[in-house]
Ligand binder design. Structure first.
Ligand code: NAD
Ligand code: UD1
Length: 307
């Protein structure tokens, strides 16, 4: 049994991670500003400190005495990082440095490991698919630039301050509890919610852009495995399936699974939108001995059932 801090624990991915940690018998506490997260995402009894992850004092007090930290708090929307550049930068990069810094002195036994969320957005417009971790990073958005900054500071945390870290470049994550009502949510939850309510969906651009969608329950297994075996050298891993799905195809499958007609409209392409994003999961599979194996249709069924 270990004690963990989960930043952003009231959010979509954080709530699934906490479910897994509690099932493993661990003690969990959360730091979250509730900007997109909700307490209702968590079972009763999980202590939540409402605070900003970029507030060094709040992080120091939340992390005191834990055995490790899962750092997921961020403004997770590419669109939002365009509209509120500096504000999202504070949460996404300064917040991460605050966590690494506090991890140095979190425990009298020494620095504690930090497992953190990076993003496929670090690859930006790199056209060399599928993307391996050694591919050039060319972020197109403030969000992607800040996630790359997190990875660079993870090297400082490890090399200069002795804080073990593991970074995960999530591709497009979906599943139950991803807010279907927020315009800043992922495409799957937005489409699933609208189709289920009989409302039209808007496809940005021609809809032939592709993504590598991963089911949230596959993903959280890697986070806990990395915490169980902290490594030096600030490694980063793609979390992806290697399988592409276009936005058009996604809309069609969702309509088919929910048994509703598809009312699709096309809007302008989103500024800074990545055309193709497909990851190579080889390093992930080699390091952890498991792959993201939930078939898209199964994951979509579970997502629709939750709505
Ligand atoms: P989410 O919005 O559901 O979760 C983020 C959580 O962080 C929320 O609970 C929110 O209230 C909290 N938060 C935001 N700003 C904060 C701040 N300044 N201080 C404290 N808490 C704050 O999003 P998610 O999809 O669960 O994302 C979790 C992590 O995974 C994020 O770091 C995100 O960038 C990363 N990520 C997500 C995806 C995806 O497809 N969902 C892909 C790549 C990376
Ligand atoms: C997503 C994540 C981001 C992560 C990145 C990894 C979300 C909200 N964002 O960004 O945190 O770092 O993957 O690469 O999960 N679309 C439509 N209509 C809509 C909504 C979206 O056509 O109503 C399109 C978008 O233009 C885009 C695609 O669907 O082409 C996916 O969009 P989105 O789910 O927002 O994810 P990313 O921008 O890929």
């Amino acid at each position: 049994m270990a004690r963990y801090l989960v930043t952003g624990g009231c959010g979509f991915i954080g709530s699934h991670l906490i479910e897994r940690l509690l099932a493993g018998g661990h003690e969990v506490r959360v730091l979250d500003d509730l900007s997109t997260g909700k307490r209702e995402n968590l079972p009763d009894g999980v202590p939540v400190t409402v605070g900003d992850v970029a507030d060094a004092e709040a992080v120091r007090s939340a992390i005191a005495g834990v055995d490790g930290c899962f750092h997921l708090a961020a403004v997770a929307s590419v669109d939002r990082s365009r509209e509120a550049w500096l504000e999202t930068h504070h949460a996404n990069l300064s917040g991460t440095i605050a966590v690494f810094d506090a991890a140095r002195r979190a425990n009298p036994a020494g620095p504690v490991p930090v497992v953190y969320a990076s993003s496929a957005a670090v690859y930006g417009d790199n056209p060399n698919m599928p993307l391996t971790e050694d591919a050039a990073t060319r972020p197109l958005s403030a969000y992607g630039a800040d996630k790359l900054g997190c990875e660079l500071h993870a090297r400082v945390a490890d090399g200069v301050h002795g804080v073990p870290t593991a970074g995960f470049r999530f591709f497009n994550v979906y599943g139950p509890r991803q807010d279907p009502k927020s315009p800043y949510s992922g495409v799957i939850s937005i489409f699933a919610g609208r189709i289920a309510r009989g409302e039209p969906i808007t496809i940005n651009g021609d809809g032939e852009q592709v993504r590598d969608f991963i089911f949230v329950k596959d993903l959280v297994r890697y986070l806990t495995a990395a915490m169980d075996r902290p490594q030096s050298g600030a490694p980063v891993y793609n979390v992806c399936t290697g399988r592409p799905t276009s936005v058009n195809r996604l809309a069609e499958v969702l309509a088919e699974l929910s048994g509703r007609p598809l009312d699709r409209r096309h809007g302008p392409a989103r500024p800074g939108d990545i055309r193709v994003s497909i990851g190579d999961p080889s390093r992930l599979v080699a390091a952890f001995g498991m792959s993201c194996d939930t078939p898209l249709e199964d994951g979509l069924r579970q997502t629709l059932a939750w709505l």
